[in-house]
Design a protein around this ligand. Structure first.
Ligand code: 5AD
Ligand code: SF4
Length: 436
């Protein structure tokens, strides 16, 4: 019997951001000696949920999901709760879901083998240092590789739970990052997706004091020189650290995809101050217009929170004003959600849910109108598309350099390749086109 044949089965569900996706890849790699993945939960020997806690809804989802796992799992199968919610709930997870076998916080992924073997194991130390840990290799996509460049976050945005789930910020040494990227490109990946909570603050602190002096712009430049790297993306940069050097490297380096995430959060300087974001409305507008001037093809995406404590109509109008001025290509917008351990949770003037809901609807409908105008202007345009996904009915999908999702008729042999596509029917979420 081959070793492969005798492997146990692992079912893993990932909620939340790209960092969680990468953590799940690390978990799969660490367990690879003993487990292979399955998407059939009923045949799994180990069921894992890798959680997000940035808003309240995914936390509820966690408990409804594990309740469902308990009902359908085969006898003897173990259930583990990993990730950000695991970090802040710790052993409280057992109180709400006693059938859970272990709890493993974000930043503790390297302990997964011990967790699986130890009854009621809990490890949620947010200062655990995995910044130099050599994780095994596993990648969900052969075409695009996620690469962590830092862990944790030193910002203390007053609404955000992440500093309590992922701990202080530590940059990963550049040689580890460059080697990982070389391995990924040797395996055929052409696109590298760099991950961190504050990528453009890279290089501020390392865990070993080997005197590296490097910032994010330098790192991008080094990565762009690696053979086989054709596209570099990253998330998330912070508007505060968008200095001229960074905007220049972004604009002039042809390997860097012209799509920038600029999380605004609020357009009101007073609310930004209460959020401890460190920039003003004017700074944000200045950086966005500088970026558009340097880089006419850039698409700018953003995150916006409405209904932060104390947000007045006038504050919200400031957010709408930034929306009009920047004309973001993509907006991820959320109603403020009270999170445990955060300063905003106890601020006075919490906003009524119906007011926040109405603001969210207004923001989203106005953005839809803007987006309709933006995508209408794409008819007839020709883009280089990197195809990554086979879809139903003989269609394939991929992304333009500036991050629009494009769909065209085509088959498997185009996966992992670039082709020119002329846009025929643009929609909000996907631009339909023809390969030319
Ligand atoms: N409520 C609503 N949205 C939040 N985010 C982070 N914390 C909260 C919260 N408490 C949003 C921010 C962040 C994105 C990942 O999630 O917009 O950029
Ligand atoms: Fe949270 Fe702010 Fe850190 Fe982003 S920068 S993870 S919003 S604390």
């Amino acid at each position: 019997m081959s070793a492969e044949f005798s492997k146990k089965k692992l079912f893993i569900e990932t909620l939340g951001c790209a960092m969680n996706v990468r953590d799940s890849e690390h978990i799969i790699a660490e367990l690879d000696d003993e487990y292979e993945t399955t998407n059939q939960i009923g045949e799994a020997d180990l069921i894992l949920i890798n959680t997000c806690s940035v808003r309240e809804r995914p936390v509820h989802k966690l408990f409804s999901e594990v309740g469902g796992f308990e009902k359908v799992k085969k006898p003897g199968a173990k259930i583990g709760v990993c990730g950000c919610t695991a970090s802040h709930l710790g052993s409280d997870v057992f109180k709400r879901a006693p059938y859970v076998d272990f709890v493993l916080g974000a930043r503790n992924v390297s302990k997964i083998k011990t967790a699986v073997k130890t009854p009621k194991f809990v490890s949620v130390d947010i200062n655990h240092d995995e910044s130099e840990y050599a994780f095994g290799e596993f990648r969900t996509s052969p075409y695009k590789s996620y690469v962590n460049i830092m862990i944790g976050c030193d910002k203390k945005c007053t609404y955000c739970i992440v500093p309590h789930t992922r701990g202080d910020e530590l940059s990963i040494p550049k040689d580890i990052i460059l080697n990982e990227i070389k391995k990924a490109t040797n395996n055929g990946a052409k696109e590298i997706f760099l991950l961190g909570q504050n990528v453009n603050n890279y290089g501020k602190r390392f865990s070993s004091s080997n005197g590296q002096k490097i910032d994010f712009s330098d790192l991008l430049n080094l990565i762009s020189q690696i053979d086989g790297v054709e596209r570099i993306r990253f998330t998330s940069p912070h508007p505060l650290h968008m200095d001229d050097k960074f905007l220049r490297e972004f604009s002039l380096n042809p390997k860097i995809c012209k799509s920038m995430h600029m999380p605004l959060q609020s357009g009101s300087t007073a609310i930004l101050k209460a959020m401890k974001r460190g920039y003003t409305k004017e700074w944000f507008l200045d950086r966005a217009s500088k970026l558009r001037a340097l880089c006419p093809d850039v698409s700018i995406s953003t995150d916006i929170i409405v209904g932060f404590p104390g947000e007045s109509e006038a504050d919200f109008e400031d957010t709408m004003d930034v929306l009009e001025k920047v004309r973001f290509e993509q907006v991820f917008s959320f109603k403020y959600s009270t999170r445990p351990l955060t300063p905003a949770a106890t601020m006075p003037n919490q906003i009524d849910d119906s007011i926040a809901g109405a603001r969210l609807t207004r923001l989203q409908s106005r953005h839809n109108e803007i987006l309709d105008e933006i995508v209408a202007s794409k008819i007839g345009q020709i883009y280089d598309v990197y195809f990554e996904e086979l879809r139903a009915d003989g269609m394939i999908a991929g992304r333009t350099d500036n991050n629009f999702l494009v769909q065209a008729k085509g088959s498997e042999e185009l996966l992992g390749k670039f082709a020119k596509v002329q846009i025929t029917q643009p929609r909000r979420m996907v631009l339909n086109g023809q390969i030319i």
